[in-house]
Ligand binder design. Sequence first.
Ligand code: PGA
Length: 253
Amino acid sequence: MSRAIYIIGNWKMNQSLNDIQTFFQNFNTEKQNYKCHTWIAPQAIHAQTVKELGKEYNILAGAQNCSNEKSGAFTGETSPYALKDMEINFTLIGHSERRQIFKESDKLLNEKTKKALDAGLTVVFCIGETLEERESNQTAKVLTEQLNNGLLDLTNNQMSKVIIAYEPVWAIGTGKTATPKMAQDTHKVVRDHLAEKGFNAEEISILYGGSVKPSNVEELLSQKDIDGALVGGASLQGQDFTALCNAGNTCQK
Ligand code: PGA
């Protein structure tokens, strides 16, 4: 068994052009041959800049979101086909901020996932429970529902282009990380459920997200079912991102 390892930066609505240049100046240039996949999802308007500057460091640029439609009268939306045209090869789908702030439903996320896969993108499909749901022992139920609805009707072939990111909502941007054991236990629930659905679960990379930083990344990645990290705050500075990538580089699954 071998699963790909990913360190993915989610820059959200942060970083000016100047910040991006500083990021790459501070990214460690000595270690260019990362074994793990190092990806960054900047704001859509910065994707080309990150793509160009990232080439030297094997960093791929992606999107944080895309439309569920191919083209047409959808003002303000970005087609996954337009992303592919611009050689932007992956997108996040279903980040908790999209679910909560923009009220994106499971049905819409399923449509977006299918359209992005049709366009040839890799999808980083995000799931996670709120604090209230965890405290009322609803975590497994919430996550399996998000997986069932979001990945509805996908084939094993399509799933080979899907990465799952488990991000407990209460750990995002709060400084509260799930303990490595808590994260591992939940990743196991997710992997077992993917297997029950008939997917090649042992081959699907499942990333952890929520206040991952250089000081806790190694212990998280050392867990059997954690195949990388989706990182917000700690991905904004080149030095921190280098440390995260170094940890990913020594990780093998
Ligand atoms: P955080 O964000 O690392 O700042 O907690 C993670 C995310 O939202 O993907």
